[in-house]
Design a protein around this ligand. Structure first.
Ligand code: KG4
Ligand code: ZN
Length: 353
């Protein structure tokens, strides 16, 4: 079966066609994956402007879906279902994809499957690597989320922890902004950090010891927090500017490397702590920040030292894309789950506990 996936939760309009392979170890193959990025529109504002994002999705969605079908060399009659990101995300953006998917599914007489955006990121690992050894601990780390999930069986996602404040990608974007490096910050900091001394400034990582009052069901010790680090960078830079320093290229590179060292160390150590606690047979990292070169290298090295296989998605599948949504949709469809045509976008859709 072929499935059409649609993703419009933030600032990428994406459509993809995924085919089932019949191979249980590598269940899905990408036939097309089209992404229209809005990054140039939002760069001017230093971040995603929700209203501009939803308007641009309206402009792009028809052409992106047509291209995804053309690239895959399929027509509507070759599809078995339509999968779409139902949430979480920006509600105006989500609504464009959900409305389009509902109309297309109704017109073509196809079942529709609403997909959680983070289930999509988790399944991007399977799309690229094949089924992972289970149980697996998966770190989903993006501009909107930093969460650990335990996958005990295919398609089940148990929330172990999440950030109490900023997501790691958000911290990258905010630190880049205060250093005047533009948007999105992750790729720029990643690049500049390669030239920097990562112990130039020794900011501490954050360790949480108590459960969050807002999420008493989680123990809390595996939670993340990045807003303190972001503020520490801000205070450092403000102080340097007050001292009359004109931050040069090398100092900026050192700050990027020092910031990145703390973020990556925290992400890697907490992920493996969770893996040890839950007896994981593999570890995965997905979401936009999984494109980070240091995170990819460090998680692999950490896993090799502990003999736990680690997985990351291909770079094109790290950031938002519809191929991962189609894959997660197929997983749900094969588990007998479909949505009804009165499904709605849900900006705060929950996954796991
Ligand atoms: O998954 P994604 O495309 O969208 C969300 O669901 O948020 O993630 C986007 C985030 C941004 O914060 C961006 O700065 C970050 O991923 N990012 C990176 C890198 N590439 C993208 N962060 C660190 N290093 C990178 N190479
Ligand atoms: Zn995402």
């Amino acid at each position: 079966m072929n499935i059409l996936g649609i993703e419009t939760s933030c600032d990428e309009t994406s459509a993809a066609v995924i085919a089932e392979t019949g191979d249980v170890a590598r269940p899905w193959a990408i036939r097309s994956n089209v992404i229209a990025s809005q990054v140039e529109i939002h760069r001017e504002w230093g971040g995603v402007v929700p209203e501009l994002a939803s308007r641009q999705h309206v402009r792009d969605i028809c052409g992106v879906v047509e291209k995804a079908l053309a690239d895959a060399q399929v027509g509507w009659t070759d599809l078995g279902a339509v999968a779409v990101t139902q949430g979480p995300g920006l509600v105006g953006s989500l609504l464009v994809g959900v409305s389009f998917a509902k109309a297309a599914a109704a017109a073509a007489g196809l079942p529709i499957v609403g997909v959680h955006h983070l289930a999509g990121h988790i399944e991007s690992l399977v799309l690229h690597n094949g089924e992972l050894p289970l149980p697996a601990v998966i770190l989903v780390v993006s501009g909107g989320h930093t969460s650990l999930y335990l996958v005990k069986s295919p398609g089940s996602y148990e929330l172990l922890s999440r950030t109490r404040d900023d997501a790691a990608g958000e911290a990258y974007d905010k630190v880049a902004k205060l250093l005047g490096l533009g948007y999105p910050g992750g790729p720029v900091i990643d690049r500049l950090a390669k030239q920097g001394n990562d112990t130039a400034v020794r900011w501490p990582g954050t360790r949480l010891t108590h459960a969050d009052r807002n999420a008493p069901q989680l123990k809390g010790d595996l939670d993340f927090s990045f807003s303190g680090l972001k503020t520490a960078v801000l205070r450092h830079v403000t102080l340097r500017r007050e001292q009359g320093a004109d931050l040069g290229e090398q100092e900026i590179a050192d700050l990027c490397a020092s910031f990145q060292r703390v973020v990556v160390k925290t992400l890697v150590e907490r992920t493996f702590k969770a893996a040890m606690i839950h007896g994981a047979r593999s570890v995965g990292v997905a979401g936009g920040v999984s494109a980070n070169s240091r995170l990819r290298a460090d998680i692999k090295a950490y896993g090799e030292a502990r003999e736990i296989p680690t997985f990351v998605p291909d770079l094109t599948l790290s950031t938002d894309n519809a191929a991962m949504i189609a894959a997660a949709g197929l997983r749900r469809l094969r588990a007998g789950i479909t949505s009804s045509l009165d499904m709605n976008a849900d900006a705060a859709l929950a996954l796991g506990s």
